[in-house]
Design a protein around this ligand. Structure first.
Ligand SMILES: [Cu+2]
Length: 170
């Protein structure tokens, strides 16, 4: 399990470096104006019975000195993925779709219950616990980041979440 996790992280990082290198037109020099990003702990929950949407979480780490702006996400086998955030309105927790998320230089952003999250719709086939689905993240500078998102159950997701930030959806 640890080995697999590490492999996912490593391959995601390598792909990130690879695309960055292409942007910089050099295999060995990383331009300081190109964001180098890493994605870890990507997961998407199986669809609950009669539900048309599910939720995905991940952590994005920006290793560069340049802000990065996430503008889009796709997951293989899912027709539509939106970027959402939660906000408190009149004491109520509400969520809304947003256009982008900025990952500041040398900082990380966690998509987690009660905060930023991915909402996924229109499965072409059911998500099954234990599967991996390719997650692609698109950035405003043309960079892309790939990783495998683990398909998890509600129980698994609930265990990983803090009890105070339970996330009920749709
Ligand atoms: Cu949402």
């Amino acid at each position: 399990m640890m080995t697999k996790q590490f492999f996912s992280m490593a391959s995601a990082l390598m792909l990130g470096l690879f695309t960055s290198s292409l942007a910089a037109h050099s295999g060995h020099e990383h331009g300081s104006d190109v964001a180098v990003l890493e994605v870890t702990n990507a997961q998407v929950r199986e669809f609950l019975p009669a539900s048309t949407a599910t939720v995905g979480y991940l952590t994005l780490i920006n290793h560069s000195g340049t802000n990065a702006t996430l503008t889009k996400a796709t997951i293989d086998g899912l027709g539509r993925v939106e970027i959402h955030e939660h906000s408190h309105v009149d004491g109520m927790m509400k969520m809304q779709q947003i256009e982008s998320v900025v990952i500041k230089a040398h900082e990380s952003v966690s998509f987690q219950p009660g905060g930023y999250h991915l909402m996924a719709f229109e499965p072409l086939e059911p998500l099954k616990v234990g599967q991996e689905r390719k997650l692609t993240l698109y950035f405003s500078d043309g960079n892309r980041l790939f990783t495998n998102a683990q398909v998890v159950s509600l129980e698994t997701q609930a265990k990983q979440s803090k009890p105070s930030t339970q996330h009920a959806h749709h």
